[in-house]
Design a protein around this ligand. Structure first.
Ligand SMILES: [Zn+2]
Length: 76
């Protein structure tokens, strides 16, 4: 049984990268809260974990973007 936390990062304090990431889904896994998506930026290789809820909701980030040589840190 897979249990995940559905904490969402605050939008206002979201770190910004030097470019708009172009996320490609590497894998997706069904959970009770929706699909967990492991995505990677096709431009810089940064990875992130998203949660796509049920229905037509857009994916929401579960993790910070990591890797790809883009160091990001929330300031709030
Ligand atoms: Zn990128």
């Amino acid at each position: 049984m897979t249990t995940i936390e559905t904490r969402l990062l605050p939008r206002a304090g979201a770190p910004t990268a030097r470019h708009e990431h172009s996320w490609a889904t590497e894998s997706r896994h069904p959970t009770s809260a929706g699909h967990v998506l492991y995505v990677r930026c096709t431009a810089c290789g940064t990875r992130r974990v998203d949660l796509q809820g049920h229905g037509e909701q857009p994916p929401a980030p579960l993790s910070r973007a990591v890797g790809g040589g883009v160091e990001v840190r929330a300031t709030s």
